[in-house]
Design a protein around this ligand. Structure first.
Ligand code: GLN
Length: 511
């Protein structure tokens, strides 16, 4: 395995800026890794080696010309296929957008490019980001690099698996109900959902606009923070984007590396997030992490958040309602696929055949649910009630944050499950989101980082931290402190414990 792919983004950036390596070499090493392992993992839906290498060379030339470059200039970046890009297709994991090329870049992508990051490929995802396992992708599931018979989580399983398997040091994701944090938890990587509005959603293929948030993934807290700094900020193309002077997340992460920074931190543990069905090994690792925190002088406070119990139900009304409206634009006229019924057919006929052929089962299920929830006579009973519950959940958070600085929970009730294990039962997937959904309903930031493996299956366990809106930096500070305690406990960083992939050793450089 090339050494370059095992470096963190921060380490790569240092080597790039000192001239020890070129972006072309770094990019090539990651493309080689993708060629070696991605047939098995299916983390990428599209790569374009020529385009990536050309971008890397252009960056090397700018550096050679003495240009001042950003902190991550020259580092490869994998991009969830929910974000539109000009240089590669953007499908959102759906057949209805197969081969679709965007005429513009999403703002998060444009910012990454302007900062000198190199697009290494578009990552697999559940269709339109609906799912918790990446099994709903129209292009086949992604496999978890820790155990290839397991799911990587979803919907951003491709980005998380790419980072966990050293195919990319950094990735972008989207989190509507947990799709950055949950796959981070199941693949032993780090992922953050910024405060709603902290990162522009312009050019993110919409799922549920009041919940969607773009965010960073990486193998370390610092790398995640560095990417967060690149993509954050106001964008006039997104009316919900916040005009706020964000502090540097990387600085917060660096300050957190000293675990003494945890002294006096009040950490809330919400009773309702220690959900039914919590796996024993997940609970054990979570409790151990709390013990590490208290040993550093943090204070654990038990929190009651009575309305969290209804979060999953409210989410699965609000999300389908917004999604059914957002997905109405796939009408066979403006984007992608068009299926014409035999003998021609009417406009309605073309639309309905196209949508029937282009959308997968989960997408259809949610469109039907959402349309029903919004229909006259049912609107107040379903959508209206769900919005009221959303307000009550926001109040529960406000009351909690009056007592504590951050909230901690297991990212997920279980470790990664076997492909097909939830087959045909969407409710099992939905319930699995109980720990991540509340943050989206409230618009607050959340971060998942690995805290060990479960003793019963040896698979990664994630810890989720949440903070009040605008306090993303607090998560990076506390996250970096916990990460350094875990590294000290294990004698090596968590990412260095990932088993090498079966079948991946062939075809790899051994320098
Ligand atoms: N699993 C959740 C869902 O299916 C989360 C999706 C997401 O965050 N994009 O809706």
């Amino acid at each position: 395995m090339s050494d370059l792919i095992r470096l963190t983004a921060a380490e790569l950036a240092a080597k790039l800026s000192s001239g020890e390596v070129s972006s072309e070499e770094v990019t090539r090493a990651h493309l080689d890794r993708i060629a070696a392992v991605d047939e098995e993992l299916n983390a990428f839906l599209a790569t374009d080696a020529d385009a990536s290498l050309a971008a890397a060379r252009a960056l090397d030339a700018r550096r050679a010309a003495g240009e001042q470059l950003g902190a991550l200039a020259g580092v490869p970046l994998a991009i969830k296929d929910v974000l539109v890009t000009t240089d590669m297709p953007s499908t959102s994991g759906s057949k209805i957008l197969e081969g679709y090329r965007s005429p513009y870049d999403a703002t998060a992508v444009a910012k990454a490019r302007a900062a000198g990051l190199v697009n290494i490929g578009k990552t697999n995802m559940d269709e339109f980001a609906m799912g918790s396992s990446t099994e709903n992708s129209a292009y086949g599931p992604t496999r978890n690099p820790w155990a290839t018979d397991r799911v990587p989580g979803g919907s951003g399983g491709g980005s998380a698996a790419a980072v966990a398997a050293f195919e990319a040091p950094l990735a972008l994701g989207s989190d509507t109900g947990g799709s950055i944090r949950q796959p981070a938890g199941l693949t032993g990587t780090v992922g953050a959902k910024p405060t709603y509005g902290g990162v522009s959603r312009y050019g993110a293929i919409a799922l549920a606009s009041s919940l969607d948030q773009i965010g960073p993934c990486a193998r370390t807290v610092l790398d995640t923070a560095l990417l967060h700094d690149v993509i954050a900020g106001h964008d006039r193309h997104d009316s919900t984007s916040l005009d706020h002077a964000w502090p540097s997340m990387a600085e917060a992460a660096r300050a957190g590396v000293d675990p003494a920074s945890l002294k006096g931190l009040r950490v809330g543990v919400v009773k309702q997030l220690m959900v039914d069905g919590l796996q024993a090994g997940v609970k054990a690792r979570f409790d151990e992490a709390l013990a590490l925190l208290t040993a550093q002088g943090a204070e654990i406070v038990e929190i009651d958040a009575p309305h969290f119990e209804y979060a999953v139900a409210a989410y699965y009304l609000i999300l389908p309602a917004e999604a059914s409206s957002n997905l109405a634009k796939y009408d066979s006229v403006r984007f992608g696929l068009r299926v014409t019924p035999e003998g021609g057919g009417t406009v309605e006929g073309v639309m309905s055949e196209t949508r029937a052929a282009g959308f997968g089962a989960e997408v259809k299920r949610r469109i039907i649910l959402g349309t029903y929830a919004l229909s006259a006579g049912y609107y107040d009973a379903y959508y209206g009630s769900a919005q009221k519950v959303r307000t009550l959940i926001q109040r529960d958070f406000a009351a909690a944050f009056a007592q504590v600085d951050v909230i901690a929970s297991p990212t997920e009730p279980t470790t990664a499950w076997k492909l097909g294990a939830h087959g045909g039962d969407p409710l099992t997937d939905y319930l699995n989101d109980a720990t991540t959904i509340p943050a989206n309903l409230a618009g607050i930031p959340g971060l998942s980082l690995p805290v060990g493996t479960a003793s019963e299956d040896g698979l990664p366990v994630g810890l989720q931290l949440m903070a009040p809106a605008f306090e993303d930096a607090r998560l990076y500070r506390a996250g970096a402190a916990i990460e350094s305690l875990i590294t000290a406990r294990d004698g090596k960083p968590f990412w260095a414990q990932a088993p090498s992939l079966a079948g991946a050793s062939t075809g790899e450089a051994t320098n």
